[in-house]
Design a protein around this ligand. Sequence first.
Ligand SMILES: NC(=O)c1ccc[n+]([C@@H]2O[C@H](COP(=O)([O-])OP(=O)(O)OC[C@H]3O[C@@H](n4cnc5c(N)ncnc54)[C@H](OP(=O)(O)O)[C@@H]3O)[C@@H](O)[C@H]2O)c1
Length: 272
Amino acid sequence: MADIDRVGIVGGAGWLGTAIARALLDTRTVPSDRLTCSFRSKKPETALACVWTQDNAQLAENSDIIILSVRPGDWNTIKISAAGKLVVSVMAGVSVEAIKRRTGSSRVARALPNAAAEIGFSYTPFFVESSNSEDANTIAALFGCCGAVDQVDSENHIDYFTGMTGSGAAFPALLADAMMKDALARGLPEDLARRAAQQVLIGAGRLQEHNGLSPSETVRSFVDYKGTTAAAIVAMQENGFYDTVAAGLQAAIQKARALQETNSYGNENEVE
Ligand SMILES: NC(=O)c1ccc[n+]([C@@H]2O[C@H](COP(=O)([O-])OP(=O)(O)OC[C@H]3O[C@@H](n4cnc5c(N)ncnc54)[C@H](OP(=O)(O)O)[C@@H]3O)[C@@H](O)[C@H]2O)c1
């Protein structure tokens, strides 16, 4: 495993920043005195046992690896000088080029965890531009604390994954919600419909993990069984299920690209 140096998380008081910080501490990947988190308005009341600061310049000084975890809309307010340091952004829609310009670093990565990072079940693809051959291993070790990690060789893949996996848990939840609404429309009691939809969601994930099949193979095995599940799958497919999912992912890509356009023209002179 790569040696992790001092880590700083800009926006460490936020939802994702805290999830990453907690995973780094819980897995002892980074000792508490080598992890600095910054906050803007308020240090969390149940703050993790690490170094806290409201000063991002101090965070940058204290860190060899800087994780940027503020909302894309706040990105243009971040002023850090990180020349020579590894900078890893988890922000949706902020390009490597924009991060290089603003931070002065030439070792820049984009990683995209999802909501399951909080429980160690994220899928985190990352893209890195760096002449330091150790940086990819370092990033894999950092985000390995929060779940599964894959390096991708094109920044475009990160924009795609912003919609597909960054939105992560939302889509199976959407399917379960649709099933629950159908059950309610057919007169089932709400608590029963809720419990049923919830357990289908959890059971499907566990089964998928257990059987080791790809999602396509799982679908195929149900279709081949030619029972009620096959009837439902075929009807959903004929009613545009795949097209609907593709349209949703396309909308997410467009949103990620629009964010990128908005966030790529920060004023380089603001870098301190
Ligand atoms: N949530 C997800 O599942 C997810 C998944 C993939 C990627 N992301 C990306 O992760 C980033 C963070 O998302 P989030 O859900 O964690 O948002 P969040 O809960 O709103 O956290 C952002 C944090 O950044 C703080 N902040 C803003 N400007 C700051 C500054 N100058 N210095 C220090 N802290 C500052 C905010 O402080 P205040 O309290 O003052 O606002 C807030 O605590 C976003 O760019 C998002 O695109 C999120």
